[in-house]
Design a protein around this ligand. Sequence first.
Ligand code: NAI
Ligand code: MG
Length: 372
Amino acid sequence: MAKYRIALMPGDGIGKDVMDAAQIVLDKIALDAEYVPADIGWEFWCKEGDPLPQRTIDTLKTCDCALFAAITSKPKEEAQAELAPELQGKGLVYRSPIVRMRQLFDLYVNLRPCKAFKGNPLNFRDDIDLVVFRENTQGLYAGVEFHPLPEEVRTALETHSPRMSAFEGVPSEDIALSCRIFTRQGCHRIVRRAFEYAKEHGYPTVTLVEKPNVIRETSGMMVREARQIAAEFPEIELWETNVDAMAMWLVKNPQNYGVLVSSNMFGDIISDLAAQLVGGLGFASSGNIGDDFAIFEPTHGSAPKYAGLYKVNPTAMLLAVKLMLDWLGEKETAQALEKAIADVIAEGKVRTYDLGGSNTTLEVAQAVAERL
Ligand code: NAI
Ligand code: MG
């Protein structure tokens, strides 16, 4: 039996292109692993009414971790319209499979490293090395939302919050409510993972990105937990910034920051900003990590207009493979892969269109594999 069992979920569009690229590198690495293909994405929504079929969930449960590339998702009405005729009118509702997997497997860390590789013409600066820890299961993306506002909910809010008087007289059908729910445990574990990572990788600071002066209760809880945890890591400094200021500082002085930690929505926004500082979607990889399972992915989508053309940059996908190797404890192989990717970028000979080149997705993967 192989040492690892790893699910491969190419998904839709360029997901398939970049997964083929990953396969080239995985073949070269020759990890002692069994790779198990698993179905996910738009195709399965249209054909089966579920973009994350139960058989895929069952497969994931038998694996150590998974590599996921990208899926297509569309607004509610379009999703309904594209369902196979025999599935129409059955009350099926499209739900994002990646959000579902995060919740199902309690993958509470969204790890998003953003490092400027030498020679990348898309770098905003060459000395950026940021790692975002975004809480992945709670906050504004928890999915506790109402429209119209149910009367019981409205009454409860009016009873418990004097601020609700601002909405007096507004009909309930004209009120939409999305809840930002934090738990102390949820704040604790994301901040702790961020500090542990900073310690292991030698980052001198962890910056908490919230807004406690305005969103007092949720951001406030995160700040209290962060200060407590920081006390256990005297060698690492805790910096606290407001998310709006952070957007500005990340453009002004990104080189001053190391590990950033934030809640779900703020972390989502900040990590896209950070990714663009080091080349954008072609370079942005992420890990969705829980206590005993993890899914690694490039953060880009399925880019339908490039699907099957093997034009897009596979670097984000290959960096996701690197994150997976790190998480599995294959540190040397992970380092070697990152170095091979860095060398190909620095050399600048094999480049996809986003870097001004004309090489294919697979040629870039091949170049990386040759250096391994
Ligand atoms: P996208 O990330 O698919 O593509 C936007 C644009 O970025 C592309 O047209 C292309 O110009 C560029 N791009 C993306 N990946 C690239 C790469 N590897 N190399 C070079 N250039 C690259 O985002 P878009 O167009 O907003 O969404 C397309 C579909 O993907 C939608 O259905 C969306 O819902 C889905 N999506 C899925 C995600 C996921 O699977 N986690 C994340 C984001 C979007
Ligand atoms: Mg995002």
